[in-house]
Write a protein that binds this ligand. Structure first.
Ligand SMILES: Cc1cc2nc3c(=O)[nH]c(=O)nc-3n(C[C@H](O)[C@H](O)[C@H](O)COP(=O)(O)OP(=O)(O)OC[C@H]3O[C@@H](n4cnc5c(N)ncnc54)[C@H](O)[C@@H]3O)c2cc1C
Length: 313
């Protein structure tokens, strides 16, 4: 029988929207039974949020002090222990899921299907390769559980259902492998929404010129309630930390509104934003490739345009 388990991503007591997008992707499998597992020290709040999502059969709470700051090494054996009851185990293809799910797949003894962007049937999926320049159809073996990450940028979020489903508690059973432990969490992205799931993102490129220059980007983003992103050139130059990088080797995002500021539009950057809704580009070179995909283009100096734009918001 087909049963799906989704591993919830959450933080600060809130369910990350990537979970609802994974659920939307899971609905393409056309199975009636979809469980969501919430690993946390105190999972109550997040489990209640997950239980309201449309299409969830039950939420499984797994609570343990270790899960206050769970590492992928600690969670993967727990997922492997749960997986026996399921035909599919899915996580979002965010940094969280990309870290965790391959470890779980390895422990279960299957290859992971990564970055699913379309579900064709229970074992056949489409996923991007070559930085999104080609789409490959992959078929997972039918005699083993499917472990997959769902490309959050390719699915909308499942909404709330009419009533909340049941929430059950289960004792974690796996042993701590003991070789990896949480020490500290440092985030360099500043305040504001999570880049990977934000509805609005303002990204700066090499042209921003310095960390101080990025203050203009942060200020504009704050006014818009947007997350801040960056091109690899801006990250490599040390203007911003690398968790802000958008693109092939950074984060793949799908905001409703994307600002590319002083970014030329290299293919590796565009890979990260190809599912964005409206793209606005500011660049002083009217021939910059970013204008080929932008819905709105402003040709000019970002340091003149951005403060003007900010005043108008
Ligand atoms: C394997 C591989 C993986 C990669 N992965 C990524 C990735 O994940 N993400 C990514 O972004 N890149 C990635 N890159 C790098 C990518 O190829 C580009 O080099 C990079 O995206 C360029 O960044 P940029 O647009 O900020 O800089 P540039 O290409 O230098 O563009 C700067 C732009 O700013 C404009 N400009 C200059 N001054 C101003 C001003 N005052 N006002 C307005 N506009 C101005 C210029 O006209 C220019 O178009 C990857 C490359 C490789 C080979």
């Amino acid at each position: 029988m087909s049963r799906v388990l989704i591993i919830a991503q959450h933080g600060d007591g809130s369910l990350n929207p990537a979970t609802a997008k994974t659920l939307f992707g899971a609905k393409g499998l056309r199975v009636d039974d979809i469980d969501v597992a919430v690993f946390a020290e105190d999972a109550g709040e997040v489990a209640a949020q997950a239980a309201k999502l449309d299409g969830v059969t039950r939420v499984i709470k797994l609570e343990h002090p270790d899960f206050a700051h769970p590492t992928a090494a600690r969670l993967a054996p727990e997922i492997a222990a749960l997986a026996g009851n399921y035909s599919h185990v899915l996580g979002p293809s965010t940094t969280f899921g990309r870290d965790l799910m391959p470890r779980a797949a390895a422990l279960i003894g299957v290859g992971q299907v990564s970055d699913v962007q379309e579900v064709l049937d229970s074992h056949t999926f489409k996923r991007p390769i070559y930085a999104g320049n080609a789409i490959v159809t992959v078929k997972a073996p039918a005699d083993r559980p499917v472990i997959a990450t769902i490309r959050a940028a390719s699915f909308s979020a499942a909404g709330e259902g009419e009533s909340a489903c049941e929430i059950i508690s289960r004792e974690p059973t796996a042993e701590d492998p003991g070789h990896t432990r949480f020490i500290d969490l440092e985030t360099g992205g500043g305040e504001g929404p999570d880049l990977q799931t934000a509805d609005r993102v303002v990204s700066g490129g090499r042209a921003v010129g310095s960390s101080e220059g990025f203050e203009t980007i942060y200020s504009f983003a704050k006014k818009l309630g947007a997350a801040v992103g960056a091109s690899r050139a801006a990250v490599d130059a040390g203007y911003v930390p690398n968790e802000l990088q958008v693109g092939q080797t950074g984060k793949i995002i799908a905001p409703e509104l994307y600002f590319a500021i002083g970014i030329s539009g290299a293919i590796q950057h565009l890979t990260g934003i190809k599912d964005a809704g409206t793209i606005v580009a500011i660049n002083k070179d009217a021939e910059a490739p970013i204008f080929e995909i932008a819905d709105y283009g402003l040709v000019g100096d970002l340091f003149e345009i951005l403060p003007e734009l900010e005043k108008l918001i």
